[in-house]
Design a binder for this molecule. Structure first.
Ligand SMILES: [Zn+2]
Ligand SMILES: [Zn+2]
Length: 251
């Protein structure tokens, strides 16, 4: 559930005539499969107003984006790889909530001796955008958390859980052939899935899952200024998503 905890930085007052563009699935240079140029000075020059940083099984780079993308609303996020091989996104109002989840995810990951030359670099950023190290634990494998445990973990930390790219590889429909009964929030790749899930009352998102700068904003959602009550910050964006108060690229 969405908590009422304080939101972090990067907040704005709604502008009456503006439509806000949001891409809520972006990987940083910490994801082994993402480009090394996925850093704030590149990501935050893109034509979107709201973005979520969602690295695989970690949120260690979120703080750098919150700190350096001052003219965007940055949603602290994570993309958790469950043991069923399903990706689930978690969106949080605060850095402390996402970091707590990130820590628990890391404790539920099997150590894997990993060669960055083969598997891709996992680069940690500080708040001046310097590379300050690499994560040793490979982020591209499933955790020991099940789908239910992952959703529970996200919700216990006041987050919103969204099934990522449900209709392609590592998406729940693709992997398991169906959507779990308790699934409310789903990100899709295909228009047909969007149509089908809308008709069954789901809240359906379209985001880019960008791993390189050119993909940022290629899929997005749109908020009208009245989707937000008062200021626009991570908390109000997540609340608007939870209520389905947005349009997709297909609406
Ligand atoms: Zn994914
Ligand atoms: Zn992703």
């Amino acid at each position: 559930m969405i908590g009422m905890t304080e939101s972090i930085g990067n907040e704005f007052l709604p502008n009456e005539n503006k439509v806000y563009k949001a891409d809520l699935h972006i990987h940083s240079c910490l994801s082994p499969c993402a480009d090394l140029t996925m850093v704030p000075s590149t990501v935050c020059t893109k034509d979107i107003d709201i973005l979520a940083i969602t690295d695989h099984n970690t949120a260690e780079n979120v703080a750098a984006f919150v700190c350096l993308c001052r003219d965007k609303v940055v949603i602290p996020g994570i993309e958790i790889h469950t043991f069923e091989d399903v990706h689930i996104l978690g969106y949080f109002s605060t850095l402390s909530d996402v970091m707590e989840v990130s820590k628990i995810v890391s404790e539920n990951t099997n150590p894997f001796p990993y060669d960055p030359e083969t598997f891709g670099y996992q680069l940690l950023l500080n708040e001046s955008e310097d590379f300050i190290g690499m994560l040793d634990n490979y982020l591209g494998f499933p955790t020991n958390l099940s789908i239910d445990q992952t959703i529970d973990l996200i919700e216990k930390h006041n987050g919103l859980a969204v099934f990522a790219h449900a209709d392609r590889k590592f998406g729940v429909i693709y992997q398991l052939g169906m959507l779990p009964k308790n699934a409310h929030f789903v990100e899709v790749r295909k228009r047909e899935t969007w149509q089908e899930l809308k008709s069954t009352g789901h809240i359906v998102l379209t985001s880019s899952d960008a791993h390189v700068p050119g993909e940022i904003g290629s899929r997005k959602i749109f908020f009208q200024n009245d989707a937000f009550s008062g200021k626009i910050d991570a908390h109000s964006v997540i609340s608007a998503v939870a209520l389905g108060r947005f349009r997709t690229i297909w609406d």
